[in-house]
Design a protein around this ligand. Structure first.
Ligand code: ADP
Length: 398
């Protein structure tokens, strides 16, 4: 049995999954939250149980110890199902990593070197790699980069129109994110339609708390809405997405905002949260239905930005064969999907409103009408499974 341990090590949390790759089933999963705070929360799930404990978790080493405790106490025993490989989710691989990569000391150093491009994320990812390599010293470790899928973007879509020397010196360009998810659902879409991925033009809308759109042509990312960092593009749960950069000069000059304060404003206090006071789409839609004006305007801004990117990418692809909705909002919010796809019949996009409104499970759902030229699918994403597949393939497993 080929088993893969997938770890996603964030700045204050560690998420993990143990996957049996013979049938791609999840054997166990868990998360350790509030690392470094006075009290942490540890959750370990097996096929039939969920165990939650509160305990202080000082750092990433301690978080991995908690994960091991979860396996030892609640199963499955890692002695009985030892992982053949550990797959690590890494946020920023820039133009250094073009695919999944077997981790050695050199790769660790390279990931460390990319920390300035993704300060919070890569530092936390690296802490996870170091802890995991200590604990699983005889197991191969593979880094799977969120940016790798987007390394096929041409200069035309990934360069910013700033001084080339400054851009090159500081490696400023669009790298994108969510690449593992975009790749996974694009492949799922092709399999569902029974058409080769190489012949499809797909717009993927990965809309969760973080959100990005991706134009996929022949299985390759040709543009994506996130930029050098995940701040650019769509309106997100707490991130502003696109904004005139001069707003930052203005806030600095007129209101004395520091760089850190601006960072916090745009990354943590903006988006749906900033516009409406909450970043949960369920609450926002309920408030709109109840006549709440602030929620209505917030949702309008959110949907308008989605339409902006959908239109741009359909033009860029010279038309579209498929639109894929995925992640928390994309998979669950019929209202956001309906409003984004409204009045697009002239573009060949027509939703079947009944199918769109029906609640979905883990299955792929087609929500366009039979005569819609562009087929619209809802596909549950599974980044962990994609990381596991890539990690196993990298070490020659199957
Ligand atoms: P993350 O970017 O953190 O991975 P997710 O993909 O899990 O985010 O998406 C989380 C978001 O999905 C929530 O903040 C919420 O707005 C939205 N969401 C989850 N379930 C529903 C639902 N049933 N209806 C509408 N929105 C939902």
């Amino acid at each position: 049995m080929s088993v893969v341990l997938v770890v996603n090590s964030g700045s204050s949390s560690l998420k993990y999954q143990l996957i049996d790759m013979s049938d791609e089933t999840k054997l166990a999963s868990g998360k350790v939250e509030r690392i470094g705070e006075s009290m942490g929360i540890v959750t370990h799930r097996t096929a039939d149980d969920r165990h939650e404990t509160e305990t202080p978790v000082a750092d990433h080493d301690a978080a991995f110890e908690q994960m091991l405790r979860g396996f030892a106490e609640y199963g499955p025993s890692l002695d009985e199902v030892p992982p053949a490989v550990v797959g690590h989710r890494i946020v920023q691989g820039a133009r250094r990593f073009f695919g999944p990569t077997l981790i050695d000391d050199r790769v660790e150093t390279d990931i460390e070197e990319l920390i300035p491009l993704a300060p919070l994320h890569n530092a936390a990812n690296l802490a996870g790699i170091r802890s995991a390599r200590r604990l699983f010293a005889d197991t191969p470790h593979v880094a799977v980069f969120d940016t790798a899928f987007h390394t096929t973007m041409p200069d035309a879509t990934s360069l910013y129109a700033i001084d080339r020397e400054v851009a090159d010196k500081y490696r400023i360009r669009k790298y994108g994110a969510h690449g593992t998810s975009h790749k996974y659902v694009a492949e799922q879409a092709a399999a569902y339609l029974g058409q080769p991925l190489t012949e499809l033009r797909i717009v993927v809308l990965h809309i969760g708390n973080g959100a990005s759109a991706c134009a996929v042509e022949g299985g390759k990312s040709v543009d994506t809405s996130m930029g050098m960092t995940p701040l650019e593009g769509l309106v997100m749960g707490t991130r502003s997405g696109n904004i005139d950069p001069a707003v930052l000069f203005h806030l600095h000059r007129k209101a004395g905002y520091t760089v850190d304060e601006l960072d916090t404003l745009l990354n943590r206090r903006s988006g749906l949260l900033g516009l409406t006071g909450t970043n949960d789409m369920r609450d926002i839609v309920a408030r709109v239905e109840a006549g709440d004006e602030r929620a209505r305007v917030g949702l309008d801004v959110y949907v308008q930005r989605l339409r902006h990117y959908l239109g741009a990418y359909l033009v860029q692809l010279g038309g579209g064969d498929v639109i894929v909705w995925t992640a928390g909002v994309g998979e669950n919010s019929a209202e956001v999907r309906r409003r984004t796809c409204e009045r697009l019949e002239w573009l060949g996009v027509e939703l079947n409103l009944e199918k769109n409104a029906a609640a979905g499970g883990d299955e792929i759902r087609e929500i366009s009408t039979a005569r819609s030229r562009v087929r619209v699918l809802v596909i549950p994403t599974n980044e962990e499974l994609e990381i596991a597949r890539q990690a196993l393939a990298t070490v020659g497993g199957e």
